[in-house]
Design a protein. Structure first.
Length: 273
């Protein structure tokens, strides 16, 4: 199926937090700056960056977390060379940004797979969803395709055989419940959970946590996990082989980070390294 592209809407706002002091402003053995700037936005992604900073400090490097407030700014900062890497997205979302903005971002390492799914405030089981109900799904095409695939695999809707994770609302072959799809920005989907008339809401664990929910509360969870959707460490083609990025890559896939993911977040995600 032909890859689609989509336009991203820019939002603003960043906060910078220094995570480690060791080696700040100095140079490593390779003669490169020892400060590594990493853009991210929400826990546990920001927590992983923090822990990686502690590990990187052992090699004399300082990891600086550049915390943003949306799903656009971390890619713009990286593409413009204002940060060295980011940790907030999966590969299809990154590729869509590359195509829309002629950027050269690259995935370095998959860090974890989030347990995504659909939630409902009014219904305890998907079998209870009435005809004509509204379902809130992401308005960006990569996450939208993933959401529709979950409904397809659960038999709620039918997509074309070759749709995979790239199905679109307009391509739905069968919609027996006559679901009305409401397209919402990924960050705003948790708010839709409390809206009257919304029967199903797709979301990630880090977002739905805002309304006190975990994947255990979902009425539908993703069963077929595609590794393209692994939340990954991302850099640029021109810096991916630098000493800073190699140090960061080792830190992000360290035993310290793995233990944190397995101990603190086993209910919401799975380590991918």
């Amino acid at each position: 199926m032909k890859r689609r592209t989509f336009a991203l809407t820019a939002l603003t706002g960043t906060t910078t937090l220094a995570l480690a002091a060791c080696g700040a402003g100095g140079t490593g053995d390779g003669g490169e700056d020892t400060v590594i700037k990493v853009a991210s936005h929400l826990p546990p992604m920001t927590d992983v960056v923090t822990l990686a900073g502690e590990v990187a400090a052992e090699e004399g490097f300082t990891v600086e977390l550049v915390q943003v407030t949306d799903n656009v700014q971390y890619n713009r900062l990286l593409a413009d060379g204002e940060v060295d890497a980011n940790f907030a997205q999966h590969e299809p979302y990154m590729q869509a940004f590359n195509e829309a903005h002629d950027a050269n971002l690259v995935v370095l390492e998959g860090i974890y797979d989030a347990k995504v799914g659909f939630y409902s405030k009014a219904y305890a089981d998907v079998e209870q969803i009435p005809e004509g109900a509204k379902a809130a799904i992401p308005n960006d095409l990569t996450n939208q395709g993933r959401a529709l695939a979950i409904l397809h695999h659960a038999g709620v809707i039918t997509l074309p055989e070759d749709a995979g994770f790239e199905g679109r609302i307009s391509e739905i072959v069968d919609n027996p419940l006559s679901l009305e799809f409401v397209e919402v920005d990924l960050l705003n989907l948790p708010s839709a959970y409390d809206e009257e008339g919304i029967a199903l809401v797709y979301s990630y664990p880090s977002y739905i946590k805002k309304v006190g929910l975990t994947p255990a509360d979902a009425v539908l969870l993703e069963e077929l996990v595609d590794q393209r959707f692994t939340i990954s460490l991302v850099a640029r083609e021109d810096n991916q082989d630098s000493e800073q990025i190699q140090v960061l890559r080792r830190a992000m896939t360290s035993d310290t980070v793995r233990s944190f993911l397995e101990t603190e977040h086993s209910a919401t995600l799975l380590p991918a390294f």
